[in-house]
Design a protein. Structure first.
Length: 374
């Protein structure tokens, strides 16, 4: 049996004020998994309680932080982007306390030494103790978050691609992968931040894959939505944001491809902290990194169910293709993961490139790409 819990440290019982609270930190070593907000917040941008114009100003890693500014005047920097990349790597490494990461300022630190709002960013002893996710039943769906944060001129196709960047980061992360119903259908709750009392009209799902219910109505103003109405109303009225069945169908199929990639190898589901430390190595780290590309290597030699001797994954969140030269990986017989051959996202098969002599990898824009050595 798998037991998971929210594990938040807040309210009248925060910091064990009344008893030993079952929180993220106190459950370390228990085998009980908690939802992790570390990568979630930096993938999406901001936090779940943002109000006023903060949902627009706080862009995240997948929706334009620094590299695709939305004109909000937030003044985010390249350094902000690289810090978000560091915190996302915490999540992809399973939030293991003593996993060592090279940060964007070239320090080698254990994940527990990185700060997340006054708490250690790495907080678990086993990948089985962390639940990775980018959206859940409360707060906005990922599509609605991106409706705030992406530049308004972003195409419908790119909105679908950004959604799948978030899903890909989750699929490639060590730990328990958790997906909210409808992430694969660009689910919208018409920008309702907390729809527990909003009824089926705001919470429904269309399993015919024709409608995501964006702009189904303005969400109730009470409590969680009122101070965002001035942002919500014009976005719901903007026909350029709402997807068609074409984008919804592509997202459904691209999501299934990500699940197939994750299921293809136990390297995406390493069983222990020692396995993560021994077999996961990040590429493209430090101050000289390409800040819009996540890259990591997984060593499958001798690992049960790995199915590949080696595996490399890339997530390029940029609007432009990016090139990484990886000395550690040159000269190897890298081939695209078999799922890419027939995948819904044609960019990896058509546009990704590997040059063995130099170790150069070209990663298409807004794409997740996996290479393997058999």
């Amino acid at each position: 049996m798998q037991l998971i819990g929210e594990g938040w440290n807040f309210g009248e019982v925060a910091n064990g004020a009344r008893f030993v609270q079952a929180s993220q930190l106190s459950l370390n070593g228990s085998g009980i998994a908690t939802f992790s907000d570390r990568a979630r917040d930096h993938v999406r941008g901001g936090g779940p309680f943002d109000g006023g114009d903060s949902p627009v100003r706080n862009q995240g890693y997948i929706n334009g932080l620094w590299y695709d500014d939305n004109g909000s005047g937030a003044g985010k920097s390249k350094n902000d982007l690289m810090w978000s990349a560091d915190l996302i790597k915490v999540g992809t490494a399973g939030s293991i306390r003593d996993y060592t990461l090279t940060t964007h300022w070239d320090a080698s630190l254990r994940l527990e030494q990185l700060d997340y709002n006054g708490q250690p960013a790495g907080y678990v002893s086993s990948p089985a103790e962390v639940v990775n996710y980018v959206e859940n039943h409360d707060n906005q769906t990922l599509f609605d978050i991106n409706a705030y944060k992406l530049p308004l001129a972003t195409s419908k196709e790119d909105r679908a691609r950004v959604q799948m960047l978030g899903a890909a980061i989750n699929a490639f992360s060590q730990g328990i992968a958790y997906y909210h119903a409808g992430i694969d259908t660009l689910r919208s709750k018409s920008m309702d931040r907390n729809s527990y009392n909003s009824g089926d009209w705001f919470n429904r799902l269309d399993w015919s894959y024709q409608d995501n219910f964006f702009a189904t109505g303005v969400p109730p103003p009470q409590a969680d939505n009122g101070d965002n109405w001035f942002l919500i109303k014009p976005r719901l009225a903007n026909p350029a944001i709402k997807p068609t069945g074409t984008e919804i169908g592509w997202t459904r199929d691209a999501f299934r491809d990500l699940l197939a990639i994750r299921a293809s190898s136990t390297l995406f589901r390493l069983r222990s902290a020692d396995d993560v430390k021994a077999r996961l190595s990040f590429r493209n780290t430090g101050s000289a990194q390409v800040p819009t590309v996540l890259a990591a290597h997984l060593d499958g030699n001798g690992y049960p169910g790995a199915n590949f001797r080696e595996l490399l994954y890339f997530v390029n969140v940029d609007k432009l293709p990016q090139t990484l030269t990886l000395d550690a990986d040159k000269g190897k017989a890298w081939a695209l993961h078999p799922v890419h051959a027939t995948g819904a996202d044609r960019r990896p098969a058509n546009d990704a490139r590997y040059e063995p002599a130099t170790g150069s990898f070209v990663i298409p824009p807004r794409s997740a790409v996996v290479y393997v050595v058999n």
